[in-house]
Design a protein around this ligand. Structure first.
Ligand SMILES: [Ca+2]
Length: 487
């Protein structure tokens, strides 16, 4: 402890007041990363969601919610892996060390330019808890304190509470040692990724069971969340990776798309998500008690979104809004309370943003943009165009591009004879309703009736020019970002 802080501490103790935060002038960071969560699960993004998440709601009320935060995609069915590489390194998808042409596109020893390495060098105390695997192991190893384990069970020891316990232990240890360095804590969870085994109380709340018998279907329960409005009994065409694990092998759903299987799985998803919310509440309370909260930036996000019945899909291997986007909620010093912005950010912008807040120069290898100006309410967005890719199945796979209200998604796999184009106006059709959502049997399935204009506009002659412009824009982004399928 410095002399100045020491005197302060003695003075304040003398008057029976809580001692000040030890971290001095530089801010702390609590980076919360959940595994597989659509923004649509949170009421902040989807008022129809029945998820109760009071701690996340409070965080949003203290800070800012970004509506257009995306991950850039994946060249593998394990979407988590490139996503977590992008978060840690600030590199774009095709320029990661694990990308198909990574050796050519990425400098060596990139782990030395990742979040833990950069913040260790800047004198931060770094700590991490998260799931094991499907991640960036070389970077994860660099956190000064690392307590990783995959915890997807329905008890405190086997589930999300374990991750919070690691952070609480660390904060206690830090207090005992009177560690005066600012901290960067990577507070990761293994849920709501499947297997979505919830605790008995929360499963009951959402009417769900940890269904594990492929020979039967779970029972319907009125407490289960309703089907999403854009659910379908099947995706209308081959996605280029229709038999990927998430679409056929998630325990509790497998290949089933009946109402009971989907609603039960959504109930499990929400049970796991509310548990995460409770664990976040425990850690935030402790930060407040320690006097650190006002000097801590808290970032809440997920490694990617998730379908769970939307568009007839279960997994993360698509680029619809529910899956391409991630939740992004940030609170901290200088961030106006209860605000909202489009943002147009990628997860790979996080490294630059953390550096900006900490007064650290981002590494030269970084390709992301700081979105501090958006978080502080000085700017609405950091870029005009967003690009996404999924190339984990038949090649080249799925691509998307968004500018303003317009979004193009292309699905291409000559080997499977797949060639589909979708054009959405997201202002008019934020749920990306397709012609199939307008069929009588779908309306009977979901109970939702989209407006006639809410559909794929790619074949509408009135939008032919927009389609051409968006196709050209996609090619431009693909070339700019070293996408191997660029023409
Ligand atoms: Ca994930």
């Amino acid at each position: 402890m410095s002399l100045r802080l020491g005197i302060c501490f003695l003075l304040l103790c003398g008057f029976g007041v809580t001692p000040p935060a030890y971290s001095g002038d530089r801010p702390n960071f609590l980076f919360i990363l959940v595994d597989d969560q659509s923004p649509e699960d949170l009421q902040i993004y989807n008022p129809q969601s029945v998820l109760e998440a009071p701690n996340i709601a409070r965080l949003a009320a203290r800070g800012i919610v970004l509506d257009n935060a995306c991950h850039m995609g994946s060249f593998s069915g394990a979407v988590c892996t490139p996503s977590r590489h992008m978060i840690m390194s600030g590199r774009t998808l095709w320029n990661l060390p694990i990308a198909p042409q990574g050796k050519r596109n990425c400098p060596p020893e990139l782990e030395q330019q990742t979040i833990p390495a950069v913040f260790n060098r800047a004198g931060y105390a770094t700590m991490r808890t998260c799931k094991m695997g499907n991640s960036y192991e070389a970077a994860n190893r660099l956190f000064a304190v690392r307590r990783d384990a995959t915890k997807r069970g329905g008890t405190a020891e086997s589930g999300s509470a374990w991750h919070a316990d690691q952070v609480l232990d660390y904060l206690n240890e830090r207090e005992r040692q009177q560690d005066s360095r600012p901290f960067l804590i990577h507070f990761g969870f293994s849920h709501p990724h499947d297997t979505r085994d919830g605790t008995p109380e929360l499963l009951q709340k959402y009417g769900a069971t940890n269904h594990s018998d492929p020979a039967t279907r779970p029972l319907l329960n009125p407490r289960q969340p309703p089907l999403p409005v854009n659910a379908l009994p099947a995706h209308p065409f081959n996605t280029t990776d229709s038999d990927v694990r998430d679409e056929i092998a998630v325990s509790g759903v497998w290949r089933n798309r009946d109402v009971a299987s989907l609603r039960n799985e959504l109930g499990r998803e929400l049970a796991c998500s509310e548990n995460i919310d409770q664990q976040i509440g425990r850690v935030i309370s402790r930060l407040e008690q320690l006097g650190e909260l006002d000097n801590t930036y808290i970032i809440y996000t997920a490694d990617h979104g998730m379908a769970i019945g939307r568009h007839g899909l279960m997994g993360k291997q698509n680029l619809y809004q529910h899956t391409w986007r991630v939740p992004m909620i940030v609170a901290g010093p200088g961030i106006p309370s209860g605000t909202r912005a489009a943002g147009n950010v990628y997860l790979l912008d996080i490294l630059a943003t953390l550096c900006d807040f900490a007064g650290i120069e981002p590494p030269e290898t970084n390709q992301g943009l700081s979105f501090r100006a958006v978080l502080e309410g000085r700017q609405q967005t950091v870029r005009d165009v967003l690009y996404g890719a999924y190339s984990g199945g038949a090649k080249p796979g799925i691509r998307c591009v968004r500018r303003g209200d317009w979004k193009l998604i292309t699905w291409d796999a000559p080997a499977l004879n797949v060639h589909q184009i979708q054009l959405f106006n997201l202002r008019d059709n934020p749920e990306e309703f397709l012609p199939e959502h307008h069929l009588a049997e779908t309306i009977a399935f979901t109970g939702s009736t989209p407006a006639p204009h809410q559909t794929n506009l790619a074949t509408d002659p009135a939008h032919a020019t927009t389609l051409q412009e968006m196709q050209a824009l996609l090619q431009e982004e693909m070339r700019r970002l070293n996408d191997p399928a660029a023409k």
